[in-house]
Design a protein. Structure first.
Ligand SMILES: *Cc1c(COP(=O)(O)O)cnc(C)c1O
Ligand code: SF4
Length: 348
């Protein structure tokens, strides 16, 4: 999600506690666990030849493959260049050492307010709710870990909530990670119940890729939780390509909208995935058709192993100019990069 501080990889969310017979394991947690972890199985499912695909076991060992089956179903069988496949397939290019691409993410220790709470920008505090994700995106800063090995959930949210309560300058809390929706709904409810006691919080923001990669996550219990929140909610989904949307995503996003959330999309500009004006325009239009407003188009964070995804700044600007010449103004996302020490995302 928001590259604030890398976290160690964590296992799938724990099933509902055994001592509570009423709490059956939600379906989305089962689907999460059934996600594909073996690159060869992924290739088999897509009818792709292993030798031609050029997967890297070393890359998969460094940052495991993980992808929900519903997301695989949106990939085109037999197409090695499928833009969804490129986002998850471990490849030899990841071993290239390229100057300027470091092990450090953009997060800096100075921005840490408490375990799992990071503040870089005025007014908004980012809460690292969990380190887990349902999908492992190859371009993500999260492939390198750890130095923040504690999330805000660890002590039942006490430290994180106290740090936010103590700073009246914070009026927006951002749930991030990892993916905050990898937490079970009762755990999220526990957190927001605590935050609700802080009078200076005016807005809640959620950054999650789950409505797109595991739309089943937006189930009845989740919608009930979301609808009952005491603040206006901005919900930032992370879709990089129009093909990530299908009827199941339209449904999950529609439920979020009906629960009262303001929906925004943040994408990363990725070579071989969405680096054409057609792909970007399709993404913005497809998202809007589902009820999602374009927000940011990010230049990727320069962490080791992702250089093959990078689009040069000049080309990024040109793509953005062409996009603006083609779409309604409100469909054009802001092209930005995160620069350590800046007071906000830096426009390119
Ligand atoms: C990106 C980011 C935000 C959110 O920035 P916006 O421009 O408001 O979307 C907040 N906190 C941190 C630490 C971030 O990295
Ligand atoms: S969903 Fe993908 S991009 Fe977002 S934090 Fe997880 S691995 Fe990174």
């Amino acid at each position: 999600m928001i590259p604030a501080a890398p976290l160690p990889l964590q296992p799938a969310p724990a099933p509902a506690p055994a001592h509570d017979p009423a709490a059956a394991t939600p379906r989305w947690q089962r689907l999460w666990r059934e996600g594909v972890r073996d690159p060869r199985e992924l290739l088999r499912l897509l009818g792709l030849d292993e030798a031609a695909a050029g997967i890297s076991d070393a890359a998969a060992a460094q940052f495991p493959l993980r992808v929900p089956r519903g997301f695989i179903a949106r990939m085109r069988p037999g197409d090695l260049h499928d833009p969804l496949l490129r986002q998850v397939l471990p490849v030899p290019d990841e071993a290239r050492i390229v100057p300027g691409f470091s092990l450090d993410a953009v997060g800096d220790a100075a921005a840490k307010k408490a375990d799992g709470v990071i503040q870089k920008y005025r007014g908004r505090a980012l809460l690292v709710a969990t380190g887990s994700c349902a999908i492992n995106c190859r371009y993500c800063f999260r492939r390198h870990f750890p130095y923040a090995d504690e999330t805000a959930a660890r002590d039942g949210w006490a430290g994180a909530v106290a740090a936010i309560a103590a700073d009246t300058g914070i009026d927006e809390v951002i749930l991030s990670g990892g993916d905050p929706l990898s937490l079970a709904t009762p755990k999220l409810a526990e957190l927001t119940a605590r935050l609700a006691a802080i009078p200076h919080i005016r807005r809640l923001r959620i950054h999650s890729r789950l409505p797109v990669v595991l739309p089943e996550r937006v189930d009845d219990a989740f919608v009930e939780w979301l609808s009952a929140l005491p603040w206006p909610v901005a919900f930032v989904i992370h879709a990089n390509h129009a093909k990530e949307f299908d009827a199941s995503v339209d449904a999950s996003v529609g439920r979020l909208r009906r629960a009262g959330a303001q929906l925004l999309n943040q994408a990363v500009l990725l070579r071989g995935v969405n680096d054409s004006v057609e792909a970007l325009a399709d993404l913005c239009e497809r998202g809007y058709a589902a009820g999602v407003m374009p927000y940011y188009l990010h230049q990727l964070d320069r962490v080791q192993g992702v250089a093959h995804f990078e689009v040069e700044d000049e080309r990024a600007r040109e793509l953005h100019r062409q996009l603006a010449g083609r779409l309604s103004g409100y469909l054009v996302p802001k092209l930005v990069r995160e620069v350590a020490g800046d007071p906000g995302k830096r426009p390119l």
